[in-house]
Ligand binder design. Structure first.
Ligand code: ADP
Length: 319
């Protein structure tokens, strides 16, 4: 293989740049030409390729976001769009592609593999909702960002003796909510995977106040419930002053943590090793500290379960 490409796609995640840096430098180490594709799959359709060298990825290991830019591209979901992308790759002599992104991006990588082009997927999403890897690039950084925000909210919550509802990202998965809720000592964590009863949540808050607690923090994954509605119900039922904060996109930004930089560097380096062997349709993951390689098809048909041990622990610790 003489020429490969790399793209970042879907929601950005801190650490994507560190992965691109590792891919570019490892490829150059092997004497392979490496092209960056701008704006994810849209760049494949528009032939938006740029040759990368050692210095093009200098000074980016510590930056959040993605210097290759990312986008959502519905045209790539169609067979016509995929064929156009393949034609452009062939015309450019790009023989393999590394896709960095979340669940949707892995579906795109899978579609490309089916057209015959070697494709490696690198999981990167702050939702951490991809099976066959303990961590996705960006999750550790986002969790630290949320915990930092929750520390700040706790100061004001205690001073004003208020109940705060904090909505964190996670439309289909509660990993970020669970992890940050436990790390912040939240009273309640609401996640899409587990049904909940708001009456029980209110009882718990009231008992806390009777016991002399000065505040309550409830972490809600965006897919678990409408956080504004949760706040309204809690205020009505308990009579306690309640505030809702939606953390939103700030969770995606910021310098990647050391953990995410190292994870990204390991994934990036290994992805090049795999692609030069013409490997098709594989995703890299990290399980118990070891790099593992799984068929993307298999990854996409699985759901990563919520860590119930952590959930139960958070419940026990927060009465
Ligand atoms: P993420 O990768 O963060 O989950 P999306 O779900 O938005 O983000 O997916 C990113 C892009 O991946 C989409 O805009 C589209 O170009 C591509 N994609 C998603 N699903 C498919 C699919 N089923 N087939 C082909 N490409 C897809």
């Amino acid at each position: 293989m003489n020429r490969i490409g790399v793209l970042t796609s879907g929601g950005d995640a801190p650490g994507m740049n560190a992965a691109v840096r590792a891919i570019v430098r490892k490829a150059i180490h092997y004497g392979i030409e490496i092209y960056g594709v701008h704006r994810g799959f849209m760049g494949l359709i528009n032939s938006d390729f740029v040759k990368l060298d050692i210095s093009s990825v200098g000074d980016i290991i510590h930056r959040g976001g993605t210097t290759l830019l990312t986008a959502r591209c519905d045209e790539f979901k169609t067979e016509e769009g995929q064929r156009k992308a393949l034609k452009n790759l062939e015309a450019f002599g790009i023989e393999g592609i590394i896709v960095i992104g979340g669940d949707g991006s892995l579906r795109g990588a899978n579609a490309l593999s089916k057209l015959g082009i070697p494709t490696i997927g690198i999981p990167a999403t702050i939702d951490n909702d991809i099976a066959f890897t303990d961590n996705c690039i960006g999750f550790d950084t986002a969790a630290n960002t949320v915990v930092d925000a929750l520390n700040k909210v706790r100061d004001t919550a205690t001073s004003h003796e208020r109940t705060f509802i904090i909505e964190v990202m996670g439309r289909r998965a509660g990993h970020l909510a669970l992890y940050t809720g436990l790390a912040s000592g939240a009273e309640t964590i609401l996640v899409p995977e587990i049904p909940f009863d708001l009456n029980a949540v209110c009882d718990k808050i009231e008992k806390g106040y009777i016991r002399g607690k000065l505040h309550s923090i409830i972490v809600v994954a965006e897919g678990a419930a409408n956080s504004m509605e949760v706040g309204k119900v809690i205020q009505e039922k308990t009579g306690l002053e309640t505030r809702v904060i939606i953390l939103g996109h700030l969770q995606r930004g910021g310098n990647p943590s050391a953990y995410d930089r190292i994870l990204a560097s390991r994934f990036g380096g290994k992805a090049v090793d795999l692609i030069i062997q013409n490997t098709k349709d594989k995703m890299l993951g990290l399980i118990n500290g070891e790099l593992v390689i799984t068929d993307i098809e298999k990854v996409l048909s699985a759901t990563k379960p919520l860590d119930m041990e952590l959930y139960q622990l958070s419940d026990v610790l927060s009465f």
